[in-house]
Design a protein around this ligand. Structure first.
Ligand SMILES: [Zn+2]
Length: 113
């Protein structure tokens, strides 16, 4: 399936998917809490030549991750794509379990406790 490279003016095929992963420390990539679909692709040339990425997190209570990826050329936004990925219910359980583990370890290191 053909995907356009998101870089403005690029006519090459987007062969490299732009991914975002939300992970706990030490977790392997296959155990990401959520891997949102950005819907954005880069061609091989733009994937390796370097880029700047601005990431802005806006918390919601939707139990989804909505992504908006845009590309700029000389300061003008000329292309954008978006995606929505549900957060798996089991991921929430794992995060709560992890937070409890961290809290217990934190208390055990507290010299006053
Ligand atoms: Zn490109």
């Amino acid at each position: 399936m053909w995907h356009d490279c998101i870089v403005p003016g690029c006519i090459r095929q987007g062969s490299c998917k732009i991914k975002l992963q939300v992970m706990q420390p030490g977790a392997r990539a296959s155990f990401a809490i959520v891997t949102p679909n950005t819907g954005a692709w880069l061609c091989g040339i733009h994937a390796v030549q370097g880029m700047e990425v601005d990431l802005v997190i806006k918390p919601t209570r939707t139990e989804e991750v909505a992504t908006f990826v845009s590309a700029e050329d000389a300061g003008e936004m000329v292309q954008a794509v978006s995606g929505v990925t549900p957060i798996p219910a089991k991921a929430a359980d794992e995060v709560i379990r992890y937070a409890k583990d961290i809290g217990q370890r934190g208390r055990s290191r507290d010299p006053s406790g």
